[in-house]
Ligand binder design. Structure first.
Ligand code: GAP
Length: 512
């Protein structure tokens, strides 16, 4: 099965089992907006808890807030979002389809790279064991021609984007002879900038003065509350403010399921430090955040840093933590050293002092900020796509299993009476009544035990407990482990401890 086919099955699975639904599906859906179903909401809540506990509970100098989505419109002028939170757009006049100019060019570059890879595969087949890929790539004329073309296009695109030269972007699309994937024509409009913020009107005012925005990031809610939190918490620098919440962006190219959405959730933390100490803290947060990701247990090789060479004007260091999604390595989290840019801008636009008095140095200054910003939905996708497995069992049967880390699994254990009679359901209900206070449990008595196991495997339940006739006599049950499918008999009195040890957050939080 190709990665693309696997990704399609995963999306179908997420719908079939109540993890993720297309928003407004009965009205044919709303593009790039998704609803989390009954199991998706549980998994999402567990991810949030893991992040919140790691940030807020484990760090005495980090507190969490929950600021409003609507904010004063001047905030978005101060932050630069009104002026510069844009994507360059181009329309095809025949298909009437709209594209991001830079994405059209990136796709063109990706095609050149695919051509190079195909050429290398041809070489590998031709030369067999003696094939030297590095030498082939350095000498094959077709590979070299495509490589130099890709480099040239990439350079021209980056130069045009940096200089905000929209004519140059259009010229590059024409020079590359890029056609619209729908109409197949090169009948393009000019490139225009398109602001990604959604706007709406406040109250009854319908002129421009009433325009407010749905926040495109949660970070600004932290910046504008910086002094409120500092004064009421009496925290001293260095300290952090964390927040989890919705953000909205009118993404033009919305694709790859929940990877790029128009309404999504972020988990952001701003860490306020003394000017001059920010790069040391930047390094520390890079390390800490990578540890957090690796402790989930999806495989260390799935993560890599992508340090930014070209920095935004307000940053003096930036990196992305990239994850190996089914469609390749892509950004999962951004870590930025944002200097004092945001607080200074708010001081300027609001006219209020955003300074901190440092009792250790007897100085007042605007703190510098390290930001860690991770997409909750992207983390969901990273976990879901890594844990989704289609297996062929020894007996030839197929099984779909979601090998979720136990602490994140939506349902921790299933309680299953072997048959629907002879007092087994009653005993199972008694066990369920006790365990559901500690864990999210499911009771299931319908269908054969094999079918019930499969249903639980498919939603990632780490433990199934089966109650049989002997249980009535010896008060023992069979526990079945999802991944190994091994079964063992244990006393009911030990259930809470065995399951609790595995599904608790302690094991994971101790690693970071
Ligand atoms: N405050 C900084 C900030 O918002 P960003 O790189 O634009 O930085 C941070 O976003 C993270 O939010 C990204 O790494 C990504 O995980 C997530 N994210 C951004 N846009 C998204 C979208 N349209 N859909 C889903 N997640 C998104």
């Amino acid at each position: 099965m190709t990665q693309e086919e696997l990704f399609k099955s995963l999306i179908a699975h997420a719908k079939e089992y109540g993890f993720i639904f297309q928003s407004s599906e009965i009205y044919d859906g709303l593009s790039a907006v998704y609803d989390y179903g009954q199991l998706g909401a549980e998994l999402k809540n567990n991810i949030k808890k893991y992040w919140w506990d790691a940030m807020v509970r484990l760090n005495e100098n980090i507190v969490g807030i929950d600021s409003a989505i609507f904010m004063h419109p001047k905030i978005w002028e101060a932050s630069g979002h009104v002026g510069a939170f844009n994507d360059p757009l181009i329309d095809n006049k025949d298909s009437k389809k709209r594209y991001r100019a830079d994405v059209l060019l990136e796709d063109y570059i990706a095609k050149l790279e695919e051509k190079m890879d195909k050429e290398v595969e041809k070489g590998r087949k031709k030369f067999g064991d003696s094939f030297d890929e590095a030498q082939f790539r350095a000498t094959n004329p077709n590979v070299l021609r495509n490589k130099s073309k890709a480099e040239e296009v990439s350079k021209r695109m980056n130069d045009a984007l940096r200089a905000n030269d929209l004519d140059a972007l259009k010229q590059l699309i024409i020079d590359c002879e890029i056609v619209c994937p729908i109409s197949g024509t090169r009948n393009w409009t000019d490139v225009r900038q398109f602001n990604l913020m959604f706007s709406t009107q406040l109250g009854s005012v319908s002129d421009e003065s009433g325009t407010i925005y749905l926040r495109p990031e949660t970070a600004q809610g932290i910046f504008v509350n910086f002094l409120n939190v500092q004064k009421t918490s009496r925290l001293k620098i260095p300290f952090g403010i964390a927040q989890i919440g919705k953000a909205f962006r009118n993404e033009i190219v919305a694709r790859q399921f929940i990877f790029r959405m128009r309404e999504f959730e972020q988990m952001e933390m701003q860490f306020f430090v003394r000017p001059g100490e920010e790069l040391e803290w930047f390094r520390k947060w890079k390390e800490t955040r990578l540890k957090w990701h690796k402790a989930i247990g999806l495989g260390e090789e799935k993560y890599r840093f992508h340090d930014h060479e070209k920095l935004a004007h307000y940053a003096n260091a930036a990196t992305d933590i990239e994850f190996d999604f089914p469609f390749g390595f892509k950004e999962l989290e951004g870590i930025h050293s944002r200097t004092d840019f945001d607080l200074s801008q708010h001081q300027k636009f609001s006219g209020r002092k955003m300074q901190y008095f440092d009792p250790e140095t007897n100085e007042s200054y605007i703190p510098y900020v390290i930001e860690t910003s991770i997409g909750l939905d992207r983390t969901f996708l990273a976990i879901y796509s890594s844990c989704y497995c289609e297996e062929k069992l020894e007996d030839g049967e197929d099984r779909v299993v979601l090998k979720l880390p136990a602490f994140l699994a939506p349902v921790k254990l299933a309680v299953l009476p072997l048959v629907k009679k002879d007092g087994l359901p009653e005993m199972a209900r008694e066990i369920m009544k006790d365990l559901k206070i500690d864990f999210n449990c499911q009771y299931d008595e319908k269908d054969s035990i094999g079918k019930r196991y499969r249903r639980q495997d498919a939603i990632g339940t780490p433990f199934c407990i089966t109650i049989d006739h002997q249980s009535l006599e010896d008060n023992c049950v069979t526990i079945r482990y999802r991944d190994s499918m091994k079964q063992e008999r244990i006393p009911v009195s030990e259930l809470k401890q065995i399951v609790g040890d595995k599904v608790g957050f302690r094991n994971v939080l101790e690693k970071i």
